[in-house]
Design a protein around this ligand. Structure first.
Ligand code: ZN
Length: 297
């Protein structure tokens, strides 16, 4: 009885919803992985408190939600996920948390890239953020979602999104200029899994990889042997380690083929805050510098 009257009291105290009443409290947003979390922070600034389910250097493909994630999600006003089949574990988690808040699918406005998976079937490539033009569409979707969940700050979100989108467009122009001098026959790179398809299409680089768009299964010995032959035949110069996967396959490919190890690139996750790719813009710059210097020889 006491509880009932307390709730009834709240309804009269906050006729517009209690978020509006306590305007100083940031909107709690959960992002599925670290790259999305950064995009939300750039748009939301101090008006949001963002948590990432999969942290820096984590592998979002094979993530296993923990009990802690249920509590994180229960408290959230907004969930931001990539979509395009990246977070296969998400529906189980939102179901278990009985999450009824708003959901932003960041890639909703992206034209997906289709590719053959290991079994030869057509699959959607989820790594759309590797083309900065797609990231600008992510930012727009995130800004719309924040504005809907927190209308009081809608104008702030739209302004930040426009400014940040312009910085992403600048990064895109910088990458084009940085890669422009590389001769066409040197534009080949090896990575562990097929995470750079959108980047490849945007900048005219061929990426070869031991694994498909997912990291769920180890590549077969046959696939590795075929890749070794291809690297030797096409004289590919550099093999890259990805921050969220084991370095073992890249190291083995370099050893077997004499290609150089080009370093660690950030494909599906940011670095730790003190690392070289702590933000999405840092990730674009850092990866592109490494790719450019390896291809230039
Ligand atoms: Zn991936």
């Amino acid at each position: 009885m006491r509880r009932r009257s307390f709730l009834a009291g709240l309804a009269t105290v906050c006729p517009l919803g209690c978020r509006a009443a306590r305007a100083a409290a940031p909107l709690r947003v959960v992002a599925s992985f670290s790259i999305l979390a950064d995009l939300v922070r750039q748009v939301g600034g101090g008006a949001v408190a963002v948590e990432s389910l999969v942290g820096p250097n984590g592998d979002v493909h094979v993530y296993e939600p923990r009990p802690k994630d249920l509590r994180t999600l229960i408290d959230a006003g907004l969930l931001v996920r990539n979509g395009l089949g990246l977070e296969g574990w998400m529906d189980r988690l939102t179901g278990a948390a009985d999450f009824k808040g708003q959901v932003v699918v960041a890639a909703a406005m992206v034209t997906p890239r289709m590719m053959r998976d290991d079994g030869g079937l057509l699959a959607t490539d989820p790594h759309a953020w590797q083309d900065p033009r797609n990231a600008i569409l992510y930012v727009r979707a995130i800004s719309d979602g924040l504005a809907a969940a927190d209308p009081a700050n809608a104008a702030t979100y739209r302004d930040s999104a426009a400014r940040y989108g312009a910085r992403i467009a600048q990064a895109d122009a910088w990458i084009q200029a940085t890669l422009a001098p590389i001769p066409v026959n040197q534009r080949r790179i090896i990575t562990t899994h097929d995470a750079f398809g959108y980047y490849a299409a945007r900048y005219g680089i061929e990426f070869l990889s031991a694994e498909g768009v997912n990291t769920e299964s180890e590549p077969s010995a046959k696939a590795i042997a075929a890749l070794v032959r291809q690297i030797k035949r096409e004289k590919v110069r550099a093999v890259f380690i990805e921050n969220m996967t084991s370095p073992r396959i890249a190291q083995m490919l370099a050893r077997e083929t004499g290609a150089m190890l080009g370093g660690t690139v950030y494909s599906d996750a940011l670095s730790a805050p003190d690392g070289p790719a702590a933000t999405y813009l840092d990730l674009l710059h850092y990866n592109s510098k490494l790719f450019a210097s390896a291809m230039a020889g």
